[in-house]
Design a binder for this molecule. Structure first.
Ligand code: ADP
Length: 190
């Protein structure tokens, strides 16, 4: 089983690379952002709770997020592998993921860290906001999300380095080149 954590700041291209990986390797994609946005759209209680945090650029509390992830993972059957996109975002989530996978006799195969300079992230997200109307892609909320990323999520780089799983990729420039680098990193770990 291939378990790929695709990691990076908001706007680093996790979703884009995930889609390409799904096509190439026929694996499943879990995007926690997409899961939460689907709940918001359906108007569920979970969606209402999530919306408050997302609009503030804050993270959904770990306990809740870990339960959601466990549920999604339980519902994946006959999977060749999973791309975790947007999870983990905190050390507590990384520890929970490690345990969930261990219970299935598995582990994270590789953590792909997409490195993109801050000015490029900002420009990409503002542009996405204009094109999609995504509520959290406005300048004020983007700044908060980048701040949350630096304080709560970036420490995962060292955590995964410690696990021997971290693989840094240059996440800007030509899309195809980024994808080639991502695939190369994955195939080294097969
Ligand atoms: P991006 O990575 O571009 O910020 P996502 O679509 O992955 O966007 O996530 C959007 C929002 O959903 C986050 O800003 C956060 O509020 C919430 N979210 C997504 N994944 C998690 C997570 N693992 N833990 C806590 N909150 C999350």
């Amino acid at each position: 089983m291939l378990n790929i954590v695709i990691f990076g700041a908001p706007g680093s291209g996790k979703g884009t690379q995930s889609e390409l990986l799904v096509n190439k390797y026929g694996i499943n994609h879990i995007s926690t952002g997409d899961v939460l946005r689907a709940e918001i759209k359906k108007g569920t209680q979970l969606g209402k709770t999530a919306q408050g945090y997302i609009e503030q650029g804050q993270l959904i509390p770990d306990d809740l997020m870990i339960d959601i992830l466990a549920d999604v993972l339980d519902n994946l059957k006959e999977s060749k592998g999973v791309i975790f996109d947007g999870f983990p975002r905190t050390i507590a989530q990384a520890e929970a993921l490690k345990q969930m996978l261990a219970e299935r006799g598995q582990d994270v195969t590789v953590m792909i860290d997409l490195e993109v300079p801050e000015d490029i992230l900002m420009a990409r997200l503002i542009n996405r906001g204009k094109q999609t109307g995504r509520a959290d892609d406005n300048e004020e909320t983007i700044k908060k999300r980048l701040n949350v990323y630096h304080t709560q999520t970036a420490p995962l780089v060292d955590w995964y380095k410690n696990e021997g799983k971290h693989h840094r990729i240059k996440g800007f420039g030509e899309l195809e080149q980024i994808f080639r680098d991502v695939c190369e990193a994955i195939e080294k770990r097969f």
